[in-house]
Design a protein around this ligand. Structure first.
Ligand SMILES: [Zn+2]
Length: 476
């Protein structure tokens, strides 16, 4: 029998507000353990929560960017559980009335067809403390307790492991671009759990779902889904029953393992949070937030393809860093050479930024300066190689390309007479390449071109050198 994979994802994203969700403690990552705490986030007797308005704003912003409806009336609920990382013995979250619902993210399936993955809801909740298990016992760091989170719950619309990665990548890029989270998986500010089941192809009924936890990369999640699909198919085929449970991904053994039986919603005994009032959102506030949302990354991709004729791949590389996308757009527009703009930004400039750990906002030159460099090259006044030397100097000193060209006497020689004179001299000093060429070693011509470029310190127009050396070598 053929089986179909059904996946739904639950993504927790830490919001990048300055302070926690119900108190004024810092949300900064790291810090001395238990230094970002107060009676509220430690749940000392008598302490009462007060909701951080920025959290509501960021959640609405996320909802708009992910095509959700914003629910004018929503509410906080208590989710009861007893675990040391939860000081109140309950988490304040949203159960029945989430702030956002019914959105989607568009992904492409393996055939390149567009497909919408539904988002069932986005709700706000607080993060738990971090447990650190040591030989001496378990330690607790409450710095993370009360840090605001949103949970983005997808509909079970995902059909392949690759689709799940595509969905997550887009979700991450969108949320980062609107500034609500840094989405750093390695720091735990984006965490993902998946629900996976199988069913006979064509069937509408869902199978028993298994939850996958403890994955620390999109790749690991993809592998976990692939493994789990085969495990479930084998189980069903051999007449075994799939049980609802939570499994963890074991990276070193490349398999999922049982963690615990899956809790049911009723285990949490949800009820309304009595210490916080219901949340009423006005249309005016939603509109005001909507206006703060910049062009979203995948709209930019579509536009870059149309307006600058860049490939989809190049456009998707650019939007990984919105500043790079802006830098590209300004340069492309002014130079009318988007290909060169892309190559400089993603080539030499990115390389230099990596080597010297400099971010785009700290660059010493502006798009206008890169535009002049591109124009010098396009007009044949300097070669690409000299361009690289110039950009390296611009990077260090911030000098303008025209200043560097003048100071270092970089202008390219395009005089055929002068170049021919140099070629004749080099050929006289090095007769062997011509001999080799006449004996059928066609590559010798390239060697000669290299010698001539070296002699001119790279300043001779390469096209003229190429043409003239070819002419000289093919003379009888
Ligand atoms: Zn606090």
């Amino acid at each position: 029998m053929e089986y179909e994979l059904v996946i739904g994802l639950e993504v927790h994203v830490e919001l990048s507000t300055k302070t926690k969700m119900y108190c004024g403690c810092s949300t900064e990552f790291g810090g001395e353990p238990n230094s970002h705490v107060c009676p509220i986030c430690l749940a000392l007797p008598g302490a009462l929560p007060r909701i951080n308005k920025k959290v509501i704003e960021y959640t609405i912003k996320s909802g708009i960017a992910l095509n959700c409806s914003i629910n004018k009336k929503s509410r906080m609920d208590r989710k009861n559980y007893f675990y040391p990382d939860c000081p109140k013995n309950y988490q304040i979250t949203q159960h029945r009335f989430p702030l956002c619902s019914d959105g989607y993210i568009e992904v492409e399936n393996s055939e390149g067809e567009k497909k919408k993955i539904g988002i069932e809801r986005i709700h706000m909740e607080e993060d738990a403390a971090k447990l650190i298990h040591t030989k001496a016992g378990t330690l607790i760091n409450y710095n993370r307790a009360g840090v605001p989170l949103i949970e983005v719950v997808s509909k079970p619309d995902i059909r392949t492991p690759e689709e799940s990665t595509c969905y997550l990548q887009k979700l991450k890029n969108i949320l980062r671009s609107i500034g609500v989270s840094n989405c750093k998986m390695e720091q735990g500010s984006l965490r993902c759990d998946g629900n996976i089941s199988i069913r006979p192809k064509g069937s509408r009924k869902f199978g028993v779902k298994v939850e996958i936890k403890n994955v620390n990369s999109f790749k690991a999640l993809e592998k976990a889904f692939e493994y789990e699909y085969l495990r479930q198919v084998r189980a069903v085929e051999s007449g075994e029953k799939i049980v609802q449970e939570t499994r963890r991904w074991n990276e070193s053994k490349n398999r999922t393992e049982v963690m615990r039986a899956k809790e049911q919603a009723r285990d949490y005994r949800y009820f309304p949070e009595g210490d916080l009032t219901a949340i009423n959102i006005s249309n005016e506030w939603i509109d005001k937030i909507r206006k703060t949302i910049p062009e979203l990354p995948y709209d930019k991709v579509e536009r870059f393809i149309k307006e600058y004729n860049v490939s989809k791949h190049d456009a998707e590389v650019l939007i990984l860093n919105m500043r790079a996308a802006d830098f590209f757009e300004k340069t492309a527009k002014l130079s009318r050479n988007p290909k060169a703009a892309f190559n400089w930004i993603m080539g030499d400039i990115s390389r230099l930024m990596n080597e010297k750990s400099v971010s785009l906002s700290k660059l010493k030159f502006k798009p206008e300066d890169l535009v002049s460099l591109i124009r010098f090259i396009d007009s044949g006044m300097i070669s690409n190689n000299i361009g690289t030397e110039i950009i390296e100097e611009m990077f260090v000193s911030g000098a303008k390309p025209e200043e560097i060209i003048e100071k270092r006497n970089f202008l390219q020689n395009s005089s055929e007479d002068e170049i021919l004179k140099i070629i004749k001299k080099v050929m006289k000093d090095n007769p062997k390449p011509l001999e080799d060429y006449k004996n059928g070693k066609k590559r010798a011509i390239k060697f000669m071109i290299g010698l001539v470029m070296k002699e001119t310190k790279g300043k001779a127009n390469p096209k003229i050198v190429n043409d003239l050396v070819n002419r000289e070598f093919n003379k009888n």
